[in-house]
Design a protein around this ligand. Structure first.
Ligand SMILES: O=C(O)CCC(=O)C(=O)O
Length: 316
């Protein structure tokens, strides 16, 4: 488990620390970021929605500058990450940088968690107040960027319960089929929980656990091409993955994973405890409510009476 505190650990701040994002100061001001009922319905039907602007050019530049710094971290900074692999690709010819915990290290990735367009959309798609679960970086260099194999996020997250999580994927480069954009399989969030089949090796490993009918649905996969600064949101069971980057442009992305504000630890019997050794402390059957899991949106406080009137996933 990670040390409880470090002098430069930004997780001590449960609120934004820079002026990178202007926060709405009234319920009314949140309206500009609100998803429509059609977008909520689409998420319910296909398990993801896309094309939501989160960052302007300047904000993308701040994050990409901080990202460059992650290639030459001090030992103290590196220790703040929950997971840090400069190359997690199982293919020796490819490179995939994958890290969890950037929000503890630099102000831009810390404050990204409070980007208003992300916060509002996540509230509507969770249907409830929520916390940070963790962030992620997935970066593929030009020419030899590695794959992220088809998977469901929750197959890696069964050390928490109940399942009421959400992923926001944000491009830090324009992403295209050529540079390894994300793909989704519409409707796959209704398939139930599948086993872990690997993240950075064989792109199609998950096929071994799918029946004929589901394999056929894979043919409907959708390329999530997006301009930089734009996001997609997906359900924790939606099947997704991304192919190699053989183009001459990098493909960098950051991800925010959220969970219901009442999520509990579920570690008893979890068989991949080793993968959690650098994670914040989690206790079986206890709420994940330490400073490592900040409350990112309190619907009643931010939206007051409006919270009951806006389009959102119905939770109960
Ligand atoms: O960025 C990618 O290619 C993979 C992202 C991913 O697996 C996720 O957002 O859960």
């Amino acid at each position: 488990m990670i040390p409880s505190q470090s002098s430069s650990d930004l997780s001590v701040h449960g609120n934004p620390i820079s002026k990178m994002f202007k926060q709405p100061s009234s319920a009314k001001e949140w309206e500009q970021y609100m998803l429509s009922q059609e977008q909520i319905d689409l998420f319910t039907k296909q398990g993801f929605i896309s094309g939501i602007k989160i960052l302007n050019e300047k904000q993308v530049e701040i994050l990409n500058n901080e990202l460059s710094h992650f290639q030459s971290l001090t030992t103290e900074e590196k220790a703040l990450f929950y997971h840090y692999e400069t190359n997690e690709s199982e293919d020796p010819e490819k490179v995939l940088f994958h890290a969890l915990g950037a929000w503890r290290v630099t102000p831009g990735f810390h404050d990204l968690l409070w980007a208003p367009a992300f916060r509002m959309a996540a509230y509507q798609l969770m249907g409830r107040s929520y916390r940070l679960f963790h962030d992620q970086l997935f970066c593929k260099p030009a020419l030899h960027g590695g794959v992220v194999a088809w998977h469901q996020d929750f197959s890696y997250w069964t050390f928490t319960k109940p399942m009421h999580h959400l992923t926001c994927w944000i491009g830090l480069d324009d992403t295209t089929k050529e540079n390894g954009c994300l793909y989704y399989v519409p409707g796959s969030h209704n398939w139930g929980l599948l086993p872990v089949t690997g993240l950075t090796g064989d792109m199609d490993a998950v096929r071994t656990v799918l029946n004929e009918e589901r394999l056929a649905i894979f043919d409907n996969r959708v390329a999530n091409e997006l301009p930089k600064g734009y996001a997609s949101f997906h359900h924790p069971l939606t099947m997704h993955g991304s192919y190699s980057n053989l183009s001459d442009h990098p493909r960098r992305a950051t991800v925010i994973n959220t969970m219901d504000h009442l999520t509990l630890g579920n570690l008893a019997g979890y068989d991949r405890l080793d993968a959690l050794k650098s994670f914040p402390e989690m206790i079986h059957d206890k709420p994940l409510d330490s400073r490592f899991f900040p409350l990112l949106f309190d619907g009643d406080k931010e939206l007051e009476a409006m919270a009951n009137k806006i389009p959102k996933i119905s939770f109960e």
